[in-house]
Design a protein around this ligand. Sequence first.
Ligand SMILES: [Ca+2]
Ligand SMILES: [Ca+2]
Length: 286
Amino acid sequence: MQFILKILNNEKKIVVIVFLIEILNLSSLIQAKNLKRLQNKIAFVSNTSGNWELWVMDANGDNKRQLTYTPIDERSPSISTDGKKIVYTTNAGDIWIMDVMTKQTKKLNLELKNINHCRFSPDGKRIIFTVFHEPKMDDSNIWIVDINGVNLRKLVDQRDIQLYPDFHPNGKKIIYSSTIYAPFCVIWHDLWAINLDGTGAERILCNDAANIQAKWSPDGKKIVFASNKTGNMEIWLMDIESKKLKQLTYNPAYDASPCWSPDGEYICFISTDLPGSQTGILLENA
Ligand SMILES: [Ca+2]
Ligand SMILES: [Ca+2]
């Protein structure tokens, strides 16, 4: 395996670890046998083996391991807080849960189609996800279910598109993106939060931009998200109390899908800012 390590900006202590997807090789598969629990690991999907599959690697990019070998596409992996499970969706619109130690996978048999963007609750007992509604798929809502498939309910029921839900670290509310369509209007995504009991829906960011994939920091004081506010999708931070925004990336590329390290020190996100514009994963000091 080959890595490119470069310091983009010493002042901001931005360390970029870039890997080229096509040079992942089979040696990483051998190490997967001893994997029992994921701690300080990054879960991601890659089509390096010819099909979108679930992979994990160390936070520094070492020890890449392919976890699935299926003809369907795996998407949106989320690791449980205890590191023992990964929940993910597929292009068939289903939710699957993998036991990290045994590699056994189990599909949740829900009476729903077109599921995407799943995330574990902090206690690992529940899953939130997006459901797109047929036939037009121009309406979606946020649903929640226990990991054994019971207590399924719609948590967010707003008109038009709601997507990319994520739990607050206290497990009592979620954040998500929401769009209301209007004729002849540019489509933006605002950030909203709502309590798990369905009360307290609040729009927390509206800035004439597509603000997506928001994740609460482990201390609950900030959110990181992707936004095209500058005309290009970049990674941004928002302080919840002051609402102050901070742009973290200035790449002439597509930067998105941010997530926090468990200690809140680093943000991992995907970026196409690579030779040949392949998608990679970068780490940035928060
Ligand atoms: Ca697959
Ligand atoms: Ca909706």
